[in-house]
Design a binder for this molecule. Structure first.
Ligand SMILES: *Cc1c(COP(=O)(O)O)cnc(C)c1O
Length: 427
């Protein structure tokens, strides 16, 4: 990675934009500076490489390429066919499956198309609700999923805060869902895809694994793969997978492949974002390198260290810890009066970016919460290791322990600004 005073493509970009559009240039420079001088602990975010970022800002944005490689509705798609084929082939290799659709604009869109491919409106889907760590596209009432499908919930064991597979099996056998969804937004533990498949088979259901958060870990064996167990896997490409903002659908089931393609286009999208597909190809190429597996192992090692450090300072962790890249911190362990909303605000003032998050069975409303969700993918990309996690935990506790004292926040802000200079972003 270049140091921050080396010439870089993004310096050139900002210089060019300064001429073309000084207002946007100023805003983008501000955002680059924000990312460079703060610690990013949002579990669903990451910092892409320069190659990924600039592929996403390339000539490929100019083209309509509705359809699929070799079967487009527009002329001039020679290079779009090549890049989409490359992205699909690299995706299949990464996840060990026979089919990939790389066109979904985001994770939620991948789920829309997957639902359409697997179910008819009104069919029953069994999923973990958002309040227990699921995603809104798995059946929230106000989302498409909760609007067009009959959603049945499963929960976590109230004592262990872990998936209770025996209970999930009972519910599945009672409600006979068409689809069972596993894969979450705020679950810190390993998912047993084989057990889910056994439940799905018993209940006569299809298994859909939404690996949006853990895709990078699954691709590198740091978390078990959804294949061969899941009938369909959906994912984002921008979380642990460290690619451009986007989605993807994978399967090994030949009968489903054509259906999935048709439900992405023309079922739920128009022209694909070919610049993003080019950037996906670049990111998948990076993820196939041995260094990416090393990165994913470090993400989890960092999460385990951060979790242990917070526990030693009196915080309670949902489920007691983490197996993956994220943890749910129950602030009430440290101080019963602490809320996620206050902590998020105080930490942002201090240069630590994270999000408030409900703890399973949280008595506080979603805009307040008793918890924080913290993840290590972005910090690990910057090169932070386990010893730095100890400093991060100390800063977190200093700010929350002071109840957001403005003098403490200002002091920590300057310490973090100086610290970040040693860990430059890719640019
Ligand atoms: C982030 C996430 C998504 C949605 O991704 P978007 O790109 O924001 O639409 C879907 N499912 C899960 C489990 C997620 O965590």
């Amino acid at each position: 990675m270049p140091t921050s005073d080396a010439p870089s493509l993004s310096d050139d970009l900002l210089a060019m934009l300064k001429e073309a559009d000084p207002e946007v240039s100023r805003i983008l420079a501000g955002e680059r500076d924000r990312q460079e001088t703060t610690l990013e602990l949002i579990a669903s975010e990451n910092h892409v490489s320069t190659a990924v970022m600039h592929a996403a800002g390339s000539w490929m944005t100019n083209k309509y390429a509705e359809g699929y490689p070799g079967k487009r509705y527009y002329g001039g798609c020679e290079f779009h066919d090549q890049v989409e084929d490359l992205a699909r082939n690299r995706a299949k290799k990464l996840f060990g499956c026979s089919f990939a659709n790389v066109q979904p604009h985001c994770g939620a869109n991948a789920n829309i198309a997957a639902f359409m491919a697997l179910m008819n409106p009104g069919d029953t889907v069994l999923s973990l609700p958002i309040k227990a760590g699921g995603h809104l596209s798995h059946g929230l009432k106000v989302n498409f999923s909760g609007t067009f499908y009959n959603v049945v919930d499963y929960g976590l064991d109230p004592n262990t805060e872990l998936l209770d597979y025996d209970e999930i099996e009972k519910i599945a056998l009672a409600c006979k869902p068409k689809v069972i969804i596993c894969g979450y937004s705020a679950y810190p533990r390993t998912i047993d895809f084989a057990r889910f498949r056994a439940i799905a088979d018993k209940a006569g259901a299809l298994l859909m694994a939404d690996i949006a958060h853990i895709a990078g870990l699954c691709a590198t064996g740091v978390h078990p793969s959804p294949f061969p167990h899941a009938h369909v896997a959906t994912t984002t490409t921008h979380k642990t997978l460290r690619g451009p903002r986007g989605g993807m659908i994978l399967t090994n089931t030949e009968e489903l492949a054509t259906k999935i393609d048709r439900k992405v286009f023309p079922g739920s999208q128009g022209g694909p974002l070919m610049h993003i597909i080019a950037a996906k190809a670049v990111a998948f190429g990076e993820a196939l390198q041995p260094s990416f597996a090393e990165y994913c192992r470090q993400v989890v090692a960092n999460a385990k260290t951060l979790a242990a450090e917070l526990k030693s300072r009196g915080y309670r962790l949902s489920s007691g810890g983490t197996d993956n890249h994220l943890m749910l911190v129950d602030l009430r362990g440290r101080d019963a009066a602490l809320t996620g909303a206050d902590a998020e605000k105080w930490l942002e003032k201090s240069g630590i970016i994270c999000n408030k998050n409900g703890i399973p069975n949280d008595p506080r409303p979603p805009m307040v919460t008793s918890g924080l969700r913290l993840g290590t993918p972005a910090l690990t990309t910057r090169g932070l290791g386990e010893s730095e996690m100890k400093r991060v935990a100390a800063w977190l506790d200093e700010v929350m322990g002071s109840k957001g004292d403005p003098a403490v926040c200002a002091k920590v802000r300057e310490e973090i600004r100086a610290f970040c200079a040693d860990f430059p972003l890719p640019h």
